[in-house]
Design a protein around this ligand. Structure first.
Ligand code: OAD
Length: 244
């Protein structure tokens, strides 16, 4: 094992209060593209952050759903990766206190993790922009969104928005996330470019004695602050640790 992996193993064995921040890179092995790497959604042409801005969504819901349909299909059929299952195991062992995820794919839930803050929301709820009615994932919504069509409220005909945080909206559970980061003796970031705030600012709240680890294929702006940085595939790194 490399020195970096040895150090990570040592941190994990000693940690009693692990907090993990996850981003799109933890789910690429499940077939869901990330945003900013060479095969990411923003690098495929035509899609940029504007599509995920609340003002754009309000003005162009049909265009949003046309582009989002295929991605929704990929997300809803995806299964948890080794890394998702690894985190669930650490929670079972009583070591992992909280996962703070930017992902809306629900894969931590699918893996069975209970302590998850979905800071950018999730796709298990749909909210009417007009009358504020809420729906769970019902068959007709699922079918429409997969076809790239705009789902409408059955009560008032308003546009349904997935219960996710668009740019221009407040994130969910930020205060709780900050509190968990403050209490961590080990903070790990898995698969995030760490450029989108406020999540990119969360590591700044860690205790000065906490260890800080980044597992991400590409460099991030916080690499210099971390005790361990491994620029490799997350699953391959975690498999070397052998917790599962
Ligand atoms: P990004 O796409 O910005 O970053 C994902 C990172 O994961 C990249 O740096 C990849 O190199 C890395 N990566 C991909 N696959 C990997 C693998 N198998 N092993 C290791 N590393 C891997 O995604 P996020 O940081 O999650 O927000 O993006 C943050 C937010 O930007 C998203 O939540 C979304 C987006 O715009 C909203 O839409 C509001």
């Amino acid at each position: 094992m490399s020195k970096q992996v040895d150090r990570l193993m040592d941190f994990l064995q000693k940690s009693r209060s692990l907090v993990v921040i996850t981003g799109a890179g933890i789910s690429t092995k499940a077939g869901i593209p990330d945003f900013r790497s060479s095969s990411g959604i923003y690098r495929q042409g035509g899609v940029n952050e504007t599509l995920f801005h609340i003002d754009y969504f309000r003005d162009h819901p049909d265009e949003f759903y046309k582009t989002f349909g295929p991605l929704y299909e990929q997300i809803t059929s995806a299964q948890p990766t080794y890394a998702h299952r690894f985190l669930k195991r650490l929670e079972e062992l009583g070591r992992l206190k909280m996962i703070i995820t930017q992902n809306i794919d629900g894969l931590h839930h699918k893996a069975g993790s209970a302590n998850v803050i979905e800071i950018h929301g999730h796709l298990r709820q749909w909210d009417c922009l007009s009358c504020r009615a809420s729906y769970g994932t019902e068959g007709w919504i699922d079918e429409k969104v997969k076809k790239g069509e705009t789902p409408l409220c059955q009560g008032c005909g308003g546009i349904l928005k997935p219960h996710v945080v668009f740019f221009g909206e407040y994130v969910m559970g930020l205060e709780k996330a900050m509190q968990f980061v403050q209490t961590a003796d080990l903070l790990m970031v898995l698969g995030s470019s760490l450029v989108v705030y406020p999540v990119a600012g969360l590591p700044g709240y860690r205790d000065e004695n906490a260890h800080f680890v980044i597992l991400n294929k590409e460099a991030t702006p916080l690499d210099d602050e971390a005790d361990v940085v491994i620029h490799e595939d997350i699953d391959e790194t975690l498999q070397k640790l052998g917790f599962l």
